[in-house]
Design a protein around this ligand. Structure first.
Ligand SMILES: *Cc1c(COP(=O)(O)O)cnc(C)c1O
Length: 410
């Protein structure tokens, strides 16, 4: 007599809801990526797999725009990328500068402190960029190992101009370390031309791959630095040198990488290169412009005042007086299956963050969100000009110089 374990009846087959994720990650996945991830597992030193790893690295180099030998996806989320960048470039007692203007740049500073390094935080409030001249002043006369910053600060929807910090890092003789978790494949970036020494990202944002990997690339200057270290990297797992024996020519085991996720990343990179980086950047830009036009036409206020400082992949909008943060987000989720994000840290309860990243950055999604948000705000007691948001977005698309690719493929 076979007896079913009660668990089998209580816990049914996995059936996640069909959400539209308009958050600062994870973004929605193209169906091709789900198909790739369902492919059979092979071993991590199987010749087929070690050969396929090379394709992933080659495509990553194309997306980062670099020829760096050390370019591969770390088996960790975006935060693991920060950890690896910091741990491999700093030794205890080294001095570095971190430009802190939000939760993720603050995370970099905390990790650097734990090396332990002497960390100079040059700060700006949420929604503002750090003044490069402040960075220069803070580092003058000191032996600064690196200047670290977050290209797109997801916590406040702000973008920093890398050229300005590169110039300052040059003056200080320091490396430039850049977190591009929220920008890679969504915002113009060129690791070689912009001379970024260590650049890392995350897979679940504008790359639109599953979460759990942190692509990283480091140049020869950093390789040399890693060779001449006096003390070993504190973290065994994030030590790039042995990890590179696996991702390098030798393909020597270090740890078992997330094989199925790498399948997904491979397909995501194929999608990026098929679309073309420039076309992809343009698509992200057009969709954000339409979203911003819509939000403003609805009478909502953007958190980042200077349009040039706005991060294209994440739009931060002030929560209007009289409506409740959590209630609005809950209604969007329950009634429309749409997820947007609230604020972090000091802007919690003050802003919403709307992500238009990768596969989520589509015209249809912008129009749907504006309509759903209007209905939700109306229910929450806000008076709005009927249909104004959608109308402004339509006008924005109508006037866009060139139609962006839809982003949808079968
Ligand atoms: C999301 C994000 C991170 C953290 O990535 P996780 O995958 O959540 O660890 C780091 N930096 C930036 C800029 C991000 O947007």
């Amino acid at each position: 007599m076979s007896e079913k374990h009660p668990i089998n009846e209580e816990i049914g087959e996995l059936a996640p809801p069909d959400r539209l994720m308009l958050t600062p990650g994870p973004s929605c996945l193209d169906p091709r990526i789900y198909r790739a991830m369902a492919a059979p597992l092979v071993g991590h030193v199987d010749p087929w797999f070690t050969n396929m790893m090379g394709d992933v690295q080659e495509m990553l180099r194309a997306v980062f725009r670099t020829q760096n030998r050390i370019t591969f996806p770390i088996s960790a989320s975006g935060s693991g990328g920060i950890e690896a960048a910091v741990e491999n470039s700093l030794e205890s007692g080294d001095e570095c500068i971190v430009c802190v203007n939000g939760a993720f740049s603050e995370r970099m500073a905390i990790m650097a402190q734990r090396v332990p390094a002497k960390v100079i935080c040059v700060e700006a409030p949420y929604g503002r960029v750090v003044d490069p001249q402040d960075v220069l002043r803070a580092g003058k006369g000191k032996k600064i190992k690196f200047v670290g910053l977050t290209h797109g600060e997801t916590s406040s929807g702000i973008i920093s101009r890398l050229e300005d910090y590169r110039a300052v890092a040059d003056e200080l003789g320091a490396l430039l370390v850049v977190d591009t978790v929220a920008t890679l494949a969504g915002v113009p970036l060129d690791v070689a031309r912009q001379r970024i020494d260590i650049c890392f990202s995350g897979t679940q944002k504008a790359l639109s791959a599953p979460p759990g990997m942190a692509p990283i690339t480091v140049n020869e200057r950093v390789e040399e630095l890693m060779r001449s270290r006096k003390e070993p990297v504190r973290s065994w797992y994030f030590d790039l040198t042995p990890t590179m024996s696996y991702w390098g020519k030798e393909r020597t085991y270090h740890h078992t990488p997330p094989i199925s996720l790498i399948y997904g990343l491979r397909e995501a990179l194929r999608l990026v290169l098929e679309e073309g980086l420039e076309a992809r950047w343009e698509r992200h830009s057009q969709n954000q412009q339409a979203l911003v036009a819509g939000l403003e036409a609805m009478g909502l206020d953007l958190f980042v005042k200077n349009p040039a400082d706005r991060l294209v992949t994440v739009t931060a909008v002030n929560i209007p007086a009289g409506v409740e943060d959590a209630a609005v987000r809950k209604q969007l989720l329950d009634e429309f299956n749409i997820e947007i994000s609230g604020g972090l840290g000091p802007v919690k309860g003050k802003i919403w963050r709307i992500g238009l990243m990768g596969y989520s950055s589509q015209r249809a999604n912008v129009l749907l969100l504006l309509a759903a948000l209007e209905k939700t705000l109306l229910d929450q007691g806000l008076r709005l000009p009927a249909g104004a948001g959608v109308a402004a977005a339509i006008a924005s698309y109508h006037h866009a110089s060139r139609p962006a690719t839809a982003g949808a493929r079968k």
